[in-house]
Design a binder for this molecule. Structure first.
Ligand code: AHR
Length: 531
């Protein structure tokens, strides 16, 4: 499968051979890969996605309806499904976000013509037609080959409403709700791998104090039961549904402390398996975030500097969790992250539409590397958001679709899903711009289930190529081949008219004195398999 990635790329693609890159003044970076000391498993759920009822993320982006001129399967657009299948998306968090705490599931089941039109108060106050509901969500998951992460309504719903939803989705016994599901077209119970116990209840989810949230969360954790007998039900052992409570955001909330303290002293009747962290990269300030395209090196550098805060956020949250849970039973789920810029000029500001550039691809790689380095605690993340919203994989406009630079990083990183982290050490050097100083390069390694060693190398420097000399003691490397992603400028992006400005090209390292030599173009990401 992995080899196919490289083969599929045609010779007409701009080939950037490592040896061809001119070298700047910076010294080569020696990278030591310690293949004898395997690290933790990198959960595939680190590569999860987030799809909220927000702007055109669901409607137009995924759902066009069965009568649309846009090719679709049961209302779900075929081009988007085909593109997403290549990402092996492990899970899709839905229906929100802030929308989740406004969502009432019973509006989204039954015959389409009878579904009520409600409002989407947080995101532009537009009509929510409820055409994409529970059954359509699971149909979409089935089409792209992914799993469910359902965020339930703790803000404006009730414990009973949430319990009923999960009985409706997961019961195999002929309860009235399960029979209703069957009557609506799905006799078999659905599989729900993850349950989100609310969303940002310190903010849009009700501005609850930590203690108030903990009391609510315990009720939802207790009464939202997964009845699916063989898949993610309560008796499914390691496969049992994982409940993710709301934790700290990148600000000053002390939810993590309160939730972990309650968990440490919990009774038998409730439990959680995960805690969330939300952390967005805002290049400038919240009120004036900065453009998503047409920017220069200063905006690039600021965004890179800001995004590396993710390492601090994860480390800080992990340290709190370690105090209550040294065995790391509770997973950290960074279930919203990504770059948040000003909306596209002329777009509805409530729709959070932004372009996606080479900068965002570099930023995605750096964040994925951070998450993988913390794989012992970080066992899930969801980039915000999948289509047409914030740092999207895919942009659509009517029948048109384009893949973003971030999409390409996710596709190149597929081999890291469920691989085993391999420690690497290197002196990254520095890249400076104005008052921003960040590491010049990044590197991560992992071994997949078939035993292949994979490297992901990033050159953050937008001006100078970087030479990386990789040693793998005990391994005689014959070749290192894969792909590289770069483009003319940091704000290069793909548009409907020019969809291939930023796309991967074949790439290979060379062998030099027993080491692998990689000459990375400026502002680039390479993923290679070492054979
Ligand atoms: O992703 C957009 C919004 O950001 C989500 O709805 C919310 O949870 C967060 O504040």
């Amino acid at each position: 499968m992995k080899l196919k990635f490289a083969r599929r790329l045609t010779a007409s693609v701009l080939a950037i051979a490592a040896a061809a890159a001119p070298l700047g003044a910076a010294a080569p970076v020696a990278v030591n890969v310690d293949a004898s000391r395997p690290g933790p498993k990198i959960s595939r759920d680190i590569f999860g996605q987030f799809a909220e009822h927000l702007g055109t993320g669901i409607y137009d982006g995924i759902w066009v309806g069965p009568n649309s001129r846009i090719p679709n399967v049961r209302g779900i657009r075929a081009d988007v499904v085909q593109a997403l299948r290549a990402l092996h998306v492990p899970n899709v968090r839905w229906p929100g976000g802030c929308f989740g705490d406004n969502y009432h599931w019973h509006n989204g089941i039954g015959p389409q013509a009878k579904r009520p039109a409600t409002l989407n108060p947080d995101w532009g106050g537009v009509i929510e037609p409820n055409s994409f509901g529970t059954h359509e969500y699971f149909d979409f998951l089935g089409q792209i080959g992914s799993e469910a992460f359902i965020s339930e309504n703790v803000g404006s719903g009730t414990v009973q409403e949430a319990a009923d939803w999960f009985e409706y989705m997961t019961s195999d016994k002929p309860s009235t709700l399960a029979k209703k599901r069957a009557a609506n077209g799905h006799p078999a119970p659905y599989k729900v791998k993850y349950l989100g116990l609310g969303n940002e209840n310190w903010g849009c989810g009700g501005a609850m104090s930590p203690d108030h949230y903990v009391e609510e969360m315990k009720l939802y954790a207790r009464f939202t039961r997964n009845y699916n007998p063989v898949q993610n039900g309560e008796h499914a052992g390691d496969n049992a549904m994982k409940r993710v409570a709301v934790g700290w955001d990148s600000g000053d909330s002390d939810y993590t402390e309160a939730v972990m303290k309650a968990w440490k002293n919990k009774t038998w009747s409730w439990d959680i398996e995960g805690l969330s962290l939300h952390g967005y990269t805002v290049p400038n300030i919240w009120e004036k975030k900065g453009p998503s395209f047409s920017f220069g090196e200063d905006q690039y550098a600021k965004a890179i500097g800001k995004t590396l805060k993710m390492n601090e956020w994860v480390a800080k949250q992990s340290a709190i969790m370690d105090r209550y849970d040294p065995d790391k039973k509770i997973a950290l789920f960074v279930d919203e992250w990504g770059i948040w810029t000003d909306p596209n000029p002329g777009s509805n500001p409530g729709f959070l539409q932004q372009q996606n550039t080479l900068r965002d691809a570099v930023l995605a790689a750096l964040n994925l590397n951070i998450f993988m380095r913390h794989a012992d605690r970080v066992r899930g993340t969801n980039i915000a958001q999948m289509i047409n919203v914030l740092q999207a994989m895919i942009l659509t406009d009517g029948p048109k679709m384009v893949l973003t630079p971030t999409y390409h990083v996710y596709r190149m990183y597929v081999p890291f899903q469920d691989a085993t982290l391999v420690p690497v050490s290197f002196d990254a050097g520095t890249y400076r711009n104005g008052d921003v100083t960040v590491p010049r390069v990044d590197a991560i390694a992992a071994r997949d289930a078939a035993g292949h060693l994979w490297l992901a190398l990033t050159n953050v420097d937008p001006n100078e190529p970087a030479r990386m000399l990789v040693s793998v003691p005990g391994v005689t490397a014959g070749s290192a081949t894969g792909e590289v992603l770069t483009a003319p400028t940091v704000d290069s992006h793909n548009s409907f008219d020019r969809p291939n400005t930023v796309r991967p090209a074949p790439y290979r390292g060379s062998i030099s004195n027993g080491r692998l030599r990689f000459d990375l173009p400026a502002k680039s990401i390479a993923v290679v398999r070492v054979d």
